[in-house]
Write a protein that binds this ligand. Structure first.
Ligand SMILES: NC(=O)C1=CN([C@@H]2O[C@H](COP(=O)(O)OP(=O)(O)OC[C@H]3O[C@@H](n4cnc5c(N)ncnc54)[C@H](OP(=O)(O)O)[C@@H]3O)[C@@H](O)[C@H]2O)C=CC1
Ligand SMILES: Cc1cn([C@H]2C[C@H](O)[C@@H](COP(=O)(O)OP(=O)(O)O[C@H]3O[C@@H](C)C(=O)[C@@H](O)[C@H]3O)O2)c(=O)[nH]c1=O
Length: 293
């Protein structure tokens, strides 16, 4: 019999990738915000009662990092209260929950990849709201699985890769910060990691997932320019200049170093690491073949 899995936030980057990669033997039901509003307990109750899933994958979130500085209450409502609502409903019905979180729960002061049990210390409102979400789900549902990731991109939705391709199409030169270091994550691989977790129901606790390797946003932008040109998504070469974050002021402070340690995931999820540049190439091919959505 198929395992029924409900996806909250089905129209987002990860929500779409989860639906593209659902394994055989899974009845994958993607619900967007209109169909399932995670801030509304009645909406959650209705969906779970009707669909009776074995798992709920929470890909719904408030992800506007800069806007969150002005809208912290709204970020908390979705990322903390919404996540808590889901966890409470799952606990009442014996449903497994996968909660997605972020590298932005860390301060970025470490010089080594963050282990799953490293103390979080978010710098901004978005990171605080996601950390509050982590704490709320664990308290309502101790067997929850939390998948932390960072720098997610996909052909779906909006993200750094698509922003860069747009700006690079319009300009010959761009400046990008070189003092924020992390690891990009193709949404497709993240979705596969989530499905690997669903296939291993004995797992719970915190897992880290990004692609392999380390880079700055500047390195990432250079790679997008080179791979975009080689793959025919850009028609001209673009000069990318490295700048310090102080030359690109934003409302939210971002961690200087947010590389996640993925050893536990590579071991327990049975998935091999792929270097971020290989994944970028695959995503650009997907974009070329299937277009922006
Ligand atoms: N993007 C990134 O770089 C990273 C993301 N993450 C985490 O990964 C997860 C997925 O992110 P990603 O796919 O990129 O996010 P997106 O912003 O692409 O998608 C989030 C989705 O959640 C929906 N949503 C917002 N509020 C609600 C609500 N109240 N009820 C139901 N749905 C809602 C949004 O709908 P609408 O469009 O209508 O607002 C949107 O479709 C999130 O938990 C995020 O915090 C972690 C690290 C990096
Ligand atoms: C567009 C642009 C951005 N930047 C900088 C700003 C910022 O420091 C960095 C990344 O910019 P973005 O705003 O696209 O990315 P940002 O929204 O900060 O991405 C974050 O999103 C949330 C949801 C997460 O959870 C994080 O893991 C991370 O992916 O690049 C430049 O330096 N030059 C540019 O032209």
């Amino acid at each position: 019999m198929a395992t029924t899995v409900v996806i909250a936030g089905a129209d987002g980057q990860l929500g779409r990738e989860l639906q593209c990669t659902a394994p055989t033997g899974v009845r994958c039901l993607g619900l967007n915000r209109t169909q399932l509003d995670i801030t509304d307990p009645a909406s959650i109750h209705r969906c779970l009662q009707e669909l009776q899933p074995a798992w709920l994958l929470n890909a719904a979130a408030y992800t506007a990092v800069d806007r969150a500085e002005q809208e912290e209450a709204l970020a908390l409502q979705v990322n903390a209260e919404g996540a808590a609502n889901l966890a409470t409903a799952c606990a009442e019905r014996d449903i497994r929950l996968l909660q997605v979180s972020t590298d932005f729960v860390f301060s970025g002061e470490s010089g080594r990849p963050y282990q799953v049990d490293a103390p979080p210390e978010p710098l901004g409102a978005y990171g605080r709201s996601k950390l509050a979400g982590e704490q709320a789900v664990v308290s309502a549902l101790p067997e929850v699985l939390i998948l932390r990731t960072g720098w997610v991109y996909s052909r779906f939705g909006s993200n750094f890769v698509k922003t860069m391709l747009r700006l690079m199409g319009e300009r010959d030169a761009l400046s990008v910060v070189c003092d924020q270091v992390g690891t990009p994550t193709w949404g497709r691989g993240l979705a596969q990691a989530a499905w690997a977790a669903v296939a291993r129901p004995q797992l719970h606790g915190i897992y880290h997932w990004s692609d392999a390797g380390v880079c700055s946003w500047y390195d990432f932008a250079v790679a997008i320019a080179e791979e975009g040109l080689a793959g025919g998504l850009l028609s001209h070469a673009v000069t990318v200049t490295p700048i310090p974050s102080s030359d690109y002021p934003t409302p939210a402070r971002r961690p200087a170093f947010s590389v996640l340690d993925k050893q536990r995931s590579w071991r327990d999820l049975g998935l091999p690491p792929h270097h971020w540049r290989v994944q970028l190439r695959a995503m650009l091919q997907d974009l070329k073949d299937n277009g922006h959505e």
